[in-house]
Ligand binder design. Structure first.
Ligand code: FES
Length: 171
């Protein structure tokens, strides 16, 4: 019987702990949501076409492709160029699946620091999606994409994506 009471107490402690974690997470979720800014996009048959012509530097856009969040970040001139950048004209973009490569949480973009921070276990990624701190074992993954003028077609593997894939840069 003593064991039962202890079991119940453990359960209550766990339930309260979970509740506190949820309440604590609400402002973070709200801040994260506010910083997400989708661009005009069209979804059809497994593809999402995103018009990048209105993208602003250092503002994270979160698109949706096959139920996954896709990060699209137009890099500012002071951000380091990277082989993983999607280059359109004279602009560079970071495009990745917005799921932390540790355990799959959605990292938030901290514009002032030019990095992505994962609230789950403190993992961090730079503006090219490379893991720079904490437990994530690999960079943010790059989804198949094709560049079509100023548009980005998510879900179609264009030559720019295939080049990255062959070079082992997409994961
Ligand atoms: S899920 Fe992102 S650091 Fe663990």
């Amino acid at each position: 019987m003593g064991k039962d009471v202890k079991g119940r107490r453990d359960f209550m402690g766990m339930a309260l702990g979970g509740f506190t974690a949820i309440v604590g997470g609400i402002p973070a979720l709200y801040a994260m949501k506010r910083s997400w800014d989708p661009l005009p996009s069209v979804k059809a048959a497994g593809f999402t076409t995103v018009d990048l012509s209105g993208a602003q530097e250092n503002v994270l856009n979160v698109e949706k492709w096959r139920g996954k969040p896709i990060f699209v970040l137009k890099k500012s001139k002071d951000m380091k160029a990277d082989d993983r950048d999607v280059v359109i004209g004279s602009d560079r973009y970071h495009v990745s699946i917005g799921l932390c490569t540790h355990l799959g949480c959605i990292p938030a973009y901290v514009a002032d620091d030019h990095k992505f921070k994962c609230a789950c276990h403190g993992g961090e990624f730079d503006s090219s999606g490379h893991q720079i701190f904490g437990p994530p074992p690999s960079p943010l993954e790059i989804p198949p994409f094709k560049v079509d003028g100023t548009k980005l077609v998510l879900g179609e593997a264009g030559p720019e994506y295939k080049k990255m894939l062959d070079a082992g840069l997409t994961v």
